[in-house]
Each structure stands twice: as C-alpha cells, then as structure tokens.
Design a binder for this molecule. Structure first.
Ligand code: HEC
Ligand code: HEC
Length: 321
C-alpha cells in the first residue's frame, strides 16, 4: 500500500527527474572531457586514444601516431626503431627520399604525399584514414622538428668552427632557412604506352649508363657491390623486378627517382641523360616491375641486405625482396 502510494508520487515527478539526471550526467561527462584535455595538453602528451583526433595539435598527433618509430623529437630513435629495416627516418636532419624538387629538398607536397601513400616496402604506412586537416598538422610538425634539428646542427658546426664567437641568431636562421627552402618542382613529361623500340632503347640506356653495376644485368639487384646509406647503414639496390617501389608504380614517380636520385642512398641522380633517354628508362624499369607475390617484412628485408651477393652462389632468395 505504502509502496504504491510512494510510486504514484514518484510517477508524477518522473519526467522531471529523468531530465535533470540526464542533464547532470551530460555536464559531468563534458567536465571530465575538458579536464582530461587540459591535463594532457599541460603534460604535452596525448590522452591515449580518448581525445578525438580533430581536437589534437600537430605535436599531439605526432606523439600518438609517429613517435614510436621516429622518436619523441624526430631523431628516428623511437622505441620500435630497432626492429625496422629500413630504419625510420631521422626527421630532424636526415635526407628525405621521395622528393620532387630541383634541389632535392622535400616540399610540403612531398611530405603530404608520403603521409597519404606511405612508403611501400617499408614500415612507413599510409595515414589516409586521418582527415586532411590532421595530415596537414602532421606535415607542419615534421617541418617544425626538422627546423629544430637543423638549427641545432648549424649551431653545433658554427661553434666548432669558431669556438670563441657566439653565433648570431639571424645568421643561424638564414642558414637553416637555406636548408629548408625546397626548390622549384621538376617538370615531368606525360607518358603513353611504350613501344617495343622504346623498351629496347631503355634497356640499352640501362646498360650504357651502368645502372646494372648496382641493379644487376637482370635488374633483380643481385650484385656484390657493397652499399651503405648516408648513416653508414648497409643497404641494397632495389630489385626492379620483384621489389616494391618506394615512390609507387606511377611513371611520374619513377621518372623523378631517376632524374633526382634517392637522396641519402647510393641511388644517383641521372641529370646527364636526355629527356628521351629518361623516358625510355622509365618504361623499361616499369616493364620489368611485377607486383610482389609476398610483401616483404622487416625480417626478409634485413636478411636480403645481409645476404646480398650470396644468391649468385646458390643461397635461397628470401621472398618479397
Ligand atoms: C612503424 C614505424 C613508423 C611509424 C609509426 C611512422 N613511420 Fe614514418 N617512416 C618509417 C620508416 C621505416 C621510414 C623510412 C622509409 C625509407 O627509408 O624508405 C619512414 C619515413 C618517413 C618520412 C620520410 C619520407 C621520405 O621521403 O624520406 C616521413 C616524413 C615520415 N616517415 C613521417 C611520418 C609521420 C608524420 C608519421 C606519423 C603520422 C610516421 N612517419 C609514422 C617508419 C614509421
Ligand atoms: C650506385 C648504385 C646504383 C646505381 C648506379 C643505380 N641505382 Fe637505382 N637504386 C640504388 C639503390 C641503393 C636504390 C634503393 C634506394 C632506397 O630506396 O633505399 C635504388 C632504387 C632504384 C629505383 C627504385 C625507385 C623506387 O621508387 O623505389 C629505380 C627505379 C632505380 N633505382 C633505377 C635506376 C636506374 C634506371 C639507374 C641507372 C640510370 C640506377 N637505378 C642506377 C642504387 C643504384
């Protein structure tokens, strides 16, 4: 009896009660979100996964998505870096591989393209799932870290050269700017389907311009030439038949790699070739290239680098080189 009376009273106030508790719960959740955000930005770290990406700054996005490989300050020494082949780029001072400018310095668009497409055949994946705004913040962060790294390097070398003079800030900034100023974008011709003659001429250039000394006569990269990258880490020529192409299989990308080379690696820039020779080479290289049956892994790539040259002696080639 008593219970029923109480319930009927409660029934009358129920809509108000419900609305009030919803409002209170909403306020509490919002307050929690604001507090979290303040706490994490004060610490300079991201809330692990709980803050939507759109609210994060470039540094926070970088800490969330990139620092595990590239390191907190971009030096390429993140906690996962030791397991990678090739190594994660030192974003501060390392040469960027996929460039499209006359002076081989990375443009904003070059870094943007890397974030969109990743670098096939490496652990650098595509971040296409992030919004364009987030990717733009990340590109800005990459260049901010790079400016910081280059500034430190310039200061170090100036102090080494003139130990008694404190470097002038303006001079330092000028030197840093010069190392960041990407030149004009190189023009790329349009490509149509190659004729058999173009492929034969491409093969000829491949041999006369000694691409085969590194890539081998059959372009699989099975040569004995010892190669290291700019950090002295052993590397290997691309297997142009079964290897993944870092810049992708668009003729425009292969053209840029041949014209500008791949900075930081032994792959040279071929500026002396004529335009027609370069076009024929692009066609030839792409005519050899097959989509790898087994994608390479850090392990297979490391083994392939260590055992280079031994395949000629009959050692098994690891899959997906
Ligand atoms: C799982 C490890 C890993 C993560 C995570 C990662 N990268 Fe990389 N990144 C690499 C490796 C490895 C390379 C070097 C590939 C090579 O040498 O070709 C690289 C290269 C790069 C380059 C150099 C491009 C060039 O042309 O040389 C940039 C820029 C870059 N990463 C930015 C980022 C950003 C920004 C993020 C986060 C959104 C990120 N990376 C996350 C492994 C990673
Ligand atoms: C001194 C050795 C050397 C010579 C000579 C050389 N290359 Fe390379 N090449 C390399 C190395 C090393 C790489 C892989 C670089 C990397 O990505 O780390 C490479 C990569 C490439 C790629 C792959 C591009 C991509 O997107 O992954 C192509 C295509 C290529 N070379 C074509 C050529 C052609 C054509 C010539 C002759 C004009 C040539 N190479 C001469 C060492 C060489």
């Amino acid at each position: 009896m008593i219970v029923r009376r109480l319930w009927s009273r409660f029934d009358r106030v129920r809509p108000w009660w419900l609305m009030a508790s919803c409002l209170l719960a909403g306020l509490l959740l919002y307050g929690r979100f604001v507090m979290d955000r303040q706490r994490f930005s004060a610490q300079g770290v991201t809330s692990p996964g709980s803050t939507p990406d759109a609210f994060l700054t470039g540094s926070e996005l970088y800490a969330k998505y990139c620092s595990v490989c590239h390191g907190a300050d971009g030096d390429g020494r993140g906690s996962a870096a030791r397991y990678l082949n090739p190594k994660a780029r030192n974003l501060r001072t390392g040469s960027f591989r996929l460039v499209s400018t006359e002076n081989r310095l990375p443009s904003w668009a070059d870094v943007e393209a890397v974030l969109e497409h990743g670098i096939p055949g490496t652990s650098m994946r595509s971040y296409r799932e992030l919004s364009q705004e987030c990717r733009a913040k990340l590109v800005q962060e990459v260049f901010r870290l790079r400016r910081q790294g280059l500034r430190e390097e310039v200061l170090r070398s100036l102090r080494e050269e003139w130990p008694d003079v404190e470097p002038c800030a303006e001079d330092v900034e000028q030197l840093v700017d010069a190392q960041l100023a990407a030149g004009p974008i190189v023009a790329v011709p349009t490509f149509s389907s190659p004729s058999p003659e173009q492929l034969a001429l491409g093969r000829e250039v491949f041999l006369t311009f000694t691409c085969n000394t590194c890539h081998g006569d059959n372009a699989t990269g099975d040569t004995d030439v010892r190669l290291v990258d700019e950090d002295g880490v052993p590397t290997r020529p691309r297997n142009l038949v079964a290897g993944e192409l870092k810049g992708g299989r668009e003729p425009a990308s292969v053209y840029r790699r041949i014209l500008l080379g791949i900075p930081g690696t032994p792959m040279p820039a071929c500026r002396v070739l004529t335009e027609t020779q370069r076009i024929n080479l692009v066609h030839y290289c792409l005519s050899l290239s097959r989509e790898p049956q087994t994608p390479s892994t850090n392990y297979t790539r490391a083994i392939a680098t260590i055992t280079r040259g031994s395949t000629a002696a009959g050692t098994r080639t690891p899959p997906g080189r």
